[in-house]
Design a protein around this ligand. Structure first.
Ligand code: SF4
Length: 210
């Protein structure tokens, strides 16, 4: 991706920000090889190479086999942001990383109307800002709390609470059902926040909890 003055490249498909020592070494090798001035962890828990020369950007895309125009509409969620959860954090009530991986693997009935961001927090401290994501999951003692239709952009919106007290399996199933409903009911390029403003939480609950 480029803007008018600098080029930058975001490396997708990191597993909720998890990096092995080997992956860190590969990233460092790439940064040295292409003389990248700045490397950054993005808010989406991906790695961004900032300030690249245009020639280096193109060469790296070829080396990493990155398509010139990444697909924005597809039958999976756009990205999953997950906190360390109860495996690695003393406050964790649920395994956010494992749930994130499961949701990332979900194949939906068809392409989503627009990008869907998922935020999964292992406890009520909500480090992944779940309420502000299209799909928000927050662990509590009694299970996962699922909200839908959040957005942190130009017209911010707190997601609507769809269900609470969900097991891991129930959370994956309900998120899948909700996204399948959204992709059939919403117009193309309608974010979940705008869809929920028009559709309403009562109608959504009737559709997915019945
Ligand atoms: S949301 Fe809770 S479990 Fe997750 S990192 Fe923050 S404090 Fe830890």
């Amino acid at each position: 991706m480029t803007d008018n003055h600098k080029t930058y490249l975001v490396l997708p498909h990191l597993n909720a920000g998890l990096l092995s020592p080997e992956e860190l070494e590969q990233l460092a090798a790439l940064a040295r090889k292409y003389r990248i001035p700045k490397t950054k962890i993005t808010g989406a828990q991906r790695v961004a190479f900032l300030g690249m020369e245009p020639e280096a950007l193109e060469a790296m895309k070829v080396e990493l086999n990155i398509p010139a125009t990444p697909p924005h509409v597809r039958n999976r969620v756009h990205y999953v942001q997950a906190c360390p959860g109860n495996t690695w954090c003393q406050f964790g009530q649920g395994d956010a990383l494992d749930l994130g991986e499961r949701i990332k693997q979900v194949e939906l009935d068809g392409p989503l109307p627009y990008k869907v961001k998922v935020g999964i927090s292992g406890c009520r401290f909500c480090c992944c800002e779940s309420w502000m994501r299209d799909v928000g999951l927050t662990a509590e003692k009694k299970g996962w709390r699922f909200s839908f239709g959040g957005n942190a952009a130009g017209r911010p919106r707190i997601g609507d609470l769809v269900a609470e007290g969900l097991s891991d399996d129930e959370a994956v199933a309900l998120v899948t059902k909700t996204l399948n409903y959204y992709l059939h009911a919403a117009k193309f390029k309608t974010r979940s926040a705008r869809f929920m403003e028009r559709f309403g939480i009562s109608a959504l609950k009737t559709a997915v909890l019945g």
